[in-house]
Design a protein around this ligand. Structure first.
Ligand code: ADP
Ligand code: ASP
Ligand code: MG
Length: 429
């Protein structure tokens, strides 16, 4: 008997018919002798609908008091889901009980709309499991030390599931979604994308942090920290497929630098439209200038991603960086009102129509010339690179948003990802 956590995303929970199908799949696993904890998301579109209602009532959601109410609203989507799924499980003849985050409780900090999980009390859940119940727990939410409801950021149910799996020391966490695994890139953008049978934890972390929304980044961080066996698989296969076949399907996130000597240099391509670029022109080029700009930005709690500083001319330089689009206006205002007067810079410019495209692969560690292949592929398509950033296993470029799909397709081809790169379990035998 194993303890298994299943997570079902919004599309998988998208209608009462799909919820019944989820219940049948969960019941199949429980009847096979496993203990099951299920973490569903809100039904697809529901979180957007709830947040749109909030926006309608209060277009400016900035203050902590406003963000608190946003969480109060957004968390209800998952509450409906757990209730419906428990009912569907009971209709399947299973004993099932649903809990919201605060009932478990899942303790978080108080950073409304992007709270971090701090601890999870396992007592109540363990008692239910021991009594033979399937436990259904809301994704995406928790409660802070003052008993305020919090949410974990968009896509946060992945993190709930992995954190619960870690806290419960589950044998496996299965993330059921609307694709049958992690692909070389988003299959919605490149239909030729291929499913990866395995992906290393480090690569998955980069893919998620660079924009592949198939897993929320914090869920991958949790999986790495607590070594949670994690698999991404489809909830759209027939619910009654053979359980052994299902358990081996999808994409397994691996923690070993394994035997894949022949693996492709680049494993995947990620992209992100969530950033905006700001540039401070004509900054005096002297020690401390980066700090005098970015220090203010950090103080305002704005995360900075790609940064470049140009060579100086006549003692002046230009300084550019990217921030999340949600923080774009706030960053521009801050630069104009505080940084310009303090530094004596000439002007502040902004561009929200950019995107970041990245190639990811642990094979890049041991291969030279990978970045130049990337730059060549982009230049052949006439795409201008505005910013570049690299690390050991990724290279990212910032380009005009309108070229994003073209760039992703060109890179997918340039790194031979259109051709199948890894044998699947079935064909490897
Ligand atoms: P869920 O509602 O189940 O959490 P998401 O929409 O959050 O599902 O994530 C699944 C989606 O992630 C897929 O439909 C796919 O379009 C997208 N996606 C982005 N990058 C990838 C990738 N590299 N591999 C697979 N799916 C990806
Ligand atoms: N329902 C939340 C969202 O839409 C959390 C999730 O689906 O993971 O972002
Ligand atoms: Mg998701």
């Amino acid at each position: 008997m194993a303890l298994i956590v299943h997570k079902y995303g919004g599309t998988s929970m998208g209608s009462t018919e799909r919820i019944r199908s989820v219940a049948k799949r969960v019941a199949k696993w429980a009847r096979a002798g496993h203990q099951l904890i299920v973490v569903p998301s809100a039904m697809s579109g529901e979180t957007n609908r709830l947040l749109a209602l909030a926006k309608d009532v209060s277009p400016a959601q900035q203050t902590a008091a406003m963000l608190r109410e946003l969480d109060m609203i957004a968390c209800t989507g998952e509450q409906v889901s757990v209730g419906l799924l428990s009912l569907a499980l009971q209709a399947e003849g299973m004993e099932a009980v649903s809990y919201t985050g605060w009932q478990v409780p899942v303790r978080t900090d108080s950073a409304y709309t992007k709270a971090r999980i701090q601890s999870i009390d396992d007592a109540r859940v363990r008692a239910d499991l021991a009594a033979g119940r399937v436990v259904v727990i809301t994704g995406f939410q928790g409660v802070d030390e003052d008993n305020n409801v919090t949410t974990l950021g968009r896509g946060g149910s992945d993190t709930s599931a992995v954190a619960i799996a870690a806290a419960m020391k589950a044998d496996e966490c299965l993330i059921y979604t609307d694709v049958d695994g992690v692909y070389t890139t988003d299959p919605r953008i490149v239909p030729e994308a291929k499913r990866l049978h395995t992906i290393s934890f480090e690569e998955m972390l980069e893919m998620a942090s660079l924009g592949s929304k198939v897993l929320q980044i914090r869920s991958v961080e949790f999986a790495g920290k607590y070594r949670v066996p994690l698999r991404v698989l489809s909830s759209f296969t027939p619910w009654d497929i053979d359980i052994t076949e299902e358990a081996a399907s999808g994409t397994l996130i691996t923690f070993e630098e394994d035997e894949k000597m022949e693996q492709a240099v680049v494993s995947g391509i990620a992209f992100n439209r969530d950033e905006a670029k700001v540039t401070v022109l004509g900054v005096p080029d002297k020690p401390g200038i980066a700090y005098s700009i970015l220090g203010q930005v950090a103080e305002a709690n704005i995360d900075v991603d790609v940064i470049i500083q140009n060579v100086s001319h006549d003692g002046k330089t230009d300084f550019s960086f990217t921030v999340h689009r949600n923080d774009y206006q706030r960053t521009l205002d801050l630069l104009k009102t505080k940084v310009l007067p303090a530094t004596g810079a000439a002007e502040v410019l902004g561009d929200a129509k950019i995107c970041k495209v990245s190639i990811v692969g642990i094979g890049m560690r041991s291969h030279a010339g990978v970045a130049s292949t990337m730059f060549r592929a982009l230049s052949e398509e006439g795409i201008n690179i505005q910013m570049i950033t690299t690390s050991e296993i990724k290279t990212s470029v910032v380009i005009d948003e309108k070229y994003m799909e073209l760039a992703v397709r060109a890179l997918h081809k340039a790194f031979d990802l259109d051709a199948s790169i890894e044998p699947t379990a079935e064909s490897a035998d």
